[in-house]
Design a protein. Structure first.
Length: 517
């Protein structure tokens, strides 16, 4: 039997110790004192106030975002195929699944940190056979139990033990606040990833459908240019047209064919990108050709006074500041002692027949304290590191807010000027088409050379493509404005500090729910 066990066991002949009467009261008093925190009082960092958007002007009236669809903003574009693709993204996108997994990890870490605030209780049981030295300490006491020195004996032990670090200076509580803020940051990051992927899918889809219209335009153009080339070649064979006319017609035809191949290549690449977004192999995914029928709907963007509450990336940056603020409290607490309470209760005997009996009972309870006296600057460095992490988080938050306003301004400017560009391109296409028609008549009448024909037709093709590009750009600008204004997300969508549950992706295997008080 070990010396420690022999001291605690009631089977030994040593007299019983008197239980310290004042110990529970002292422990209770120490626990009640565990209410201070060394973390600075947290405040959201101040940012430059913005009262209105510069690029808004008078062309678009202010529209609050309260009626924005909260998770299906793409439905406002009125394209069923886009709606179906967005649903597939919600259930199958690997990046979104990874973001959900990161959120689960962060919530689990917060739960783990929270558990350190409470006592840990363990149970143990053992049955061993030992041989003690006859000259070992407590050998005489063993003899009173009928165990001669050097003779083997049994040792049966079972009991419960309790360990509790008394959080007097808030180290554990600030660690939990830090982990909880990081879990909320991860939730905001997941929302930001989801919104970014949704916007990317919509933008890629509109590009693909726009390419389909461009392919149709160029296919028709190549067909018309092929007929024109054959007519000019026949006229040349009959001696009516010059050889330069044939060369110009062929050049025009080959340029149109080259443009067609380039657009088909771009269309294939964007289709492959969509396959990845919806979680399918590019080799097995295909998107049937469509028509750019969607129009840019009115976008209810967030006003400057509420923008920062509607951007998940801003919320993520702010939660990082809160976590860093709590980290300062954790670092400061390292300068103070760590107090803990340990206790144990159970049964111990050298005989199995009276193992679990009143005389075999033992117990122990007592506080402990520990503080490093000499660490060669480790705690001072940890405090400087925590302060530096806080300053970095504040700078990142302010940069994120500036970027948020910039992206809204960019989207508003793009939406405004692309609308004007589309009107101009459509007017240019109308004029270019009329010019090409007149040049054909002039060439047939023999009052214009073929260079005029090729020039006017090339201009008409360029104007048609420009108008298509502007239509795609207008839709993408609307998508950018949705993304810049948060897509209907608000800070209210963040898991509350007192209840954090990882919401599953619709249609995907649900992550395990986790609550953090």
């Amino acid at each position: 039997m070990s010396a420690g066990h022999a001291r605690r066991s009631a089977d030994a002949s040593a007299p019983r110790r008197q239980r310290p009467r004042g110990l529970p009261a002292a422990v209770l008093g120490t626990g009640l004192l565990a209410a201070c925190s060394l973390a600075p009082t947290y405040q959201v960092p101040r940012t430059a106030p913005v009262t209105q958007y510069k690029e808004l002007g008078d062309w678009l009236p202010a529209q609050p975002a309260d009626d924005e669809p909260r998770s299906t903003w793409w439905e406002r574009f009125g394209d069923p195929r886009l709606d179906e693709l967005e649903k597939q993204l919600q259930t199958s996108n690997p990046d979104l699944r990874a973001a959900v997994a990161r959120l689960d990890q962060a919530i689990a870490q917060a739960q783990r940190t929270r558990s350190q605030l409470y006592p840990s209780v363990g149970a143990s049981a053992s049955a061993t056979r030992e041989r003690a030295s006859g000259n070992a300490p407590l050998a005489k006491e063993l003899g009173t139990l009928g165990i001669a020195g050097g003779a083997p004996y049994n040792d049966f032990v079972t009991g419960l033990n309790l360990n509790w670090e008394i959080d007097l200076f808030g180290r554990l509580r600030n660690s939990f606040v830090q982990a909880r803020s990081q879990a909320q940051q991860s939730a905001a990051d997941r929302a930001a990833v989801q919104l970014s992927l949704q916007a990317q899918l919509a933008s890629d889809y509109f590009t693909v459908v726009g390419d389909d219209d461009t392919v149709k335009l160029l296919t028709d153009t190549v067909r018309d240019y092929t007929k024109a080339y054959e007519v000019i070649r026949n006229r040349y064979n009959e001696g009516i047209a010059a050889a330069t006319d044939v060369d110009q017609a062929d050049t025009q035809l080959q340029n149109a064919r080259a443009q067609l191949f380039a657009v088909e290549r771009e269309r294939a690449q964007f289709e492959h990108a969509i396959a990845v977004l919806v979680g399918q192999p590019a080799s097995t995914f295909s998107l049937a050709p469509g028509t750019l029928g969607a129009t840019a709907p009115p976008i209810n963007y967030a006003l400057p006074s509420t923008l920062l509450e509607r951007r998940p990336d801003v919320a993520s940056a702010e939660r990082a500041v809160a976590a860093a603020n709590a980290g300062i409290g954790v670092a400061r607490a390292a300068w103070f002692p760590v107090f803990s309470l340990t206790s144990g209760v159970g049964f111990e005997s050298v005989y199995a027949r009276n193992w679990v009996s009143a005389p075999s009972r033992f117990w122990s309870v007592g506080p402990a304290g520990q503080v490093p006296l000499l660490d060669f600057g480790a705690r001072a460095a940890a405090n400087r590191q925590a302060r530096g992490a806080y300053d970095e988080a504040v700078a990142n938050y302010r940069k994120t807010t500036l970027t948020a306003y910039q992206e809204v301004e960019d989207a508003l400017a793009s939406l405004h000027h692309t609308s004007e560009e589309l009107l101009a391109d459509e007017a240019a296409y109308k004029s270019a088409t009329s010019s090409a028609h007149h040049s054909d008549e002039r060439y047939t009448a023999g009052v214009a050379d073929y260079l005029e024909v090729t020039s006017t037709h090339t201009a008409a093709l360029q104007a048609a493509r420009a108008a298509l590009s502007a239509r795609i750009g207008l839709l993408n600008a609307a998508v950018s404005l949705v993304r810049a204004s948060g897509g209907g997300w608000t800070r209210e969508d963040l898991p509350a500090p007192m209840r954090m549950v990882s919401a599953p992706i619709t249609g995907a295997p649900a992550p395990r729910a986790a609550e953090v008080p």
